[in-house]
Design a binder for this molecule. Sequence first.
Ligand SMILES: Cc1cc2nc3c(=O)[nH]c(=O)nc-3n(C[C@H](O)[C@H](O)[C@H](O)COP(=O)(O)OP(=O)(O)OC[C@H]3O[C@@H](n4cnc5c(N)ncnc54)[C@H](O)[C@@H]3O)c2cc1C
Length: 471
Amino acid sequence: MSNYNKVTPEIVEKLMAIAPNRVFVDVDINKDYTHDEMPEYGSYLPEAVVEVTSAEEISAIMKLCNDMNIPVIPRGAGTGLAGASVAKFGGVIISTIKMNKILGYDLENFTVTVQPGVLLNDLAEDCVKRDLLYPPDPGEKFATIGGNVSTNAGGMRAVKYGVTRDYVRAMKVVLPTGEMTSFGSNVAKNSSGYSLINLMVGSEGTLGFITELTLKLIPLPKENISLIVPFEDLDACIEAVPKFFMNKLAPVALEFMDKDIVRMSEKFLEKKDIFPCTDEAGAYLLVTFDGNSLEELEKMTEVASEMLFEAGAIDVFVADTPELKKNTWAARGSFLEAILADTPSLDECDVVVPRNKIASYLKFVNSLEEKYGIRIRSFGHAGDGNLHIYACKDELTDEEWEKKNSAVMDEMYSKAAEIGGQVSGEHGVGHAKMIYLQRSIGDTNIALMEGIKKAFDPNLILNPGKVCDKL
Ligand SMILES: Cc1cc2nc3c(=O)[nH]c(=O)nc-3n(C[C@H](O)[C@H](O)[C@H](O)COP(=O)(O)OP(=O)(O)OC[C@H]3O[C@@H](n4cnc5c(N)ncnc54)[C@H](O)[C@@H]3O)c2cc1C
């Protein structure tokens, strides 16, 4: 059990002295701070929220809370899906939403330096204006870069360009004691001891508070093309995935989706027939290639089409107008919202499995629908084996839902571990997935994680009850 101290009126006064007019308590706390984008994982009211504007303010608050044994929870935009940014044991949420400046580009080293509260959307647009690309492209564009780094966010372009971790060169950090330090530097390679910067990436705000980031960029590819590929069923669709790589094709995005989810999102967006072959198609692949000339893309499309027809595609459609391309990717981007709009509650499993096991894993997942009488919807990044699987509560009573959902989740995580998968491909562990992480990686590895946590945060005040912290 936790034995943290409460945020007293005296502490609030001290917080106000550090961040005048930016401290919120009681009824002034926006209810959004009680949960992330999965309110299903509980509602936790922080005792105070502070919207900081500098590393110095963060350092002063951390020092105060460390001395007083009060939890501190770093918070970006709160779009997480694992309950990682909530005040599980009360305490002070520090929001980075006002630290949202792009500090500058280094075009000789091809990097950009940002404050942690810059939104992905703002950075992506600013880069494109300069003919640059920040490749990580998670679905939620209004998340912060600090949140993306802290969850090692993935997204649609991971199959070609990798994930957020691959773009983090350097960061400034406030440690839980209030001490300020920096990890990494603006260099292209680094073998200088333990990689503290890589421990921070994906640590979900449990090791230190990121106050500045230097990120790698690449030149913006000049052209891209998207293909919509209907298949009769999901099996044929997924079985085509490894063939892209065997044919030496390097798609930027390679997403799969079954017909139910496609129709749900069309209904949600109130747009009909974005995806063709409504009557025959049971599943689709959505593929993007990029390059620097149209000829290059035409060649890739030719090779891909031949391979896809051989693999059983009903047809291969090129999203050849900006309107169609926009609508298609908007439909893909709205899947989660469409599922949320269609059921009173849901739970999510974000496992990643070896690419060649996706088809058999999904068959297993789909068999659980019948076994437990629970509706399951899935889509995912076929190119990298990261699946988003949703169990829907629908008409089930609370009791039935709890029982069935827990059994379904247990089976899905166990099966993923059995075939060499991992608990989370990109959404993280938070407090909601801790039990599955513990089962999956075992006591020895959890003990190593706990040791790292204690080295950074001896008093365990930073984001307690998350990832490996069993409080
Ligand atoms: C519709 C939708 C689609 C999504 N699609 C994707 C997707 O494709 N890929 C993907 O990976 N995720 C996706 N997500 C999940 C979510 O957007 C990401 O996890 C994102 O990285 C969270 O960023 P945030 O700013 O909202 O962080 P928050 O939710 O506020 O926080 C997430 C974690 O980061 C920590 N944190 C935040 N800022 C800092 C900081 N400065 N220093 C230290 N720790 C910090 C928090 O403590 C918490 O542990 C999606 C979410 C939604 C709602």
